[in-house]
Write a protein that binds this ligand. Sequence first.
Ligand SMILES: *Cc1c(COP(=O)(O)O)cnc(C)c1O
Length: 372
Amino acid sequence: MRIPAIDLHGQHERLREELVQTFTRVVASSAFINGPEVKAFEGEFAAYCEVGHAVGVGSGTDALALALRALGIGARDAVALPAFTFAATAEAVCHVGARPVLIDIEPQTFALDPECLHRAVRVHQGSLRAVIAVHLYGQPAPMDEIAAVAAEADLAIVEDAAQAHGARYRGRRVGGLGNAGCFSFYPTKNLGALGDAGAVTTNDGNIADRIAVLRDHGQNRKYVHDIVGFNSRLDALQAAALRVKLRHLDGWNARRQALAARYRAELAGVPEVAVPTPAADREHVYHLFVIRCRERDVLREHLEARGIASSVHYPLPLHFQPAFAHLGRRGDLPVAEATADEVLALPLYPELADDAVTEVCDAIREWAVTRP
Ligand SMILES: *Cc1c(COP(=O)(O)O)cnc(C)c1O
């Protein structure tokens, strides 16, 4: 039987009755935009993230752009972000008219390297106004070191927590570690809606208020538009689905961690692949279980031939993408460039069976011992 890289069917089969009941409730209320479901989800998600406020928006990309806008970032400003992340992190910077500054990453955690951020501060003196720390694959970035550089250079800190719902850094949940935390509820994320959705978390009431206005056409009161806003609201149907799923998030993350531990144990004696080893001060929630392998593409084909799907997040660093080619040249960001050639995400989702992990690891071992 084929092992997919990700499979959402199990989760939705199990929750179908409950989801349908909540949809019936929303349909009966006829409150589809804002309203009580959205308010309730925002309160529950803020409590989950251990922050003062959560504001629901249309997507993770919008969460990033609205957070930057709420922090006053715009034209003539520069924003630092890792060169190795999903394109949306850079898109959001461009959407507010600011200039992305790509920073190289740490090879172990895949996060923005604070030393490289420190160098960028000197190069882009004056124009750099914010840094986006991405908790890639579910592991928190080195926030204290990033915060130290940010404090010195007076940078705002935005967390891209789109892959890290529930992760902890030195005991604290992501989303409350900077000025604003940005979440995506794209269906495959650790907490996924049944369509597009996102949220911004913050302990700053002014930022929360600004985002609430920005997401709804810049209106503070009905038909009074103080600023030019957006239409980026969270649908009540999505909020209702997210409320159902939020109750399962800790259990799902624990299952992801158990599967990751199994992968780590079974792959420990295979020197051809490097498994992720989270730093002791962080709780990794394994949005993806990503190994490194010099012969990544050959291994991937071997797995595929055995009916095992895998995926590459991401095959190119941002400056190798046509849309962002102006942000750097080959050789500028060496760790990000090497990483993109070596990463491979193995099958991982909460409903994945232990035996499936063993099957994947057996196939990797088989490849390792028979390769020329
Ligand atoms: C998914 C993701 C986003 C964008 O979220 P959308 O909801 O798809 O807009 C941003 N950053 C990272 C790191 C992501 O994984």
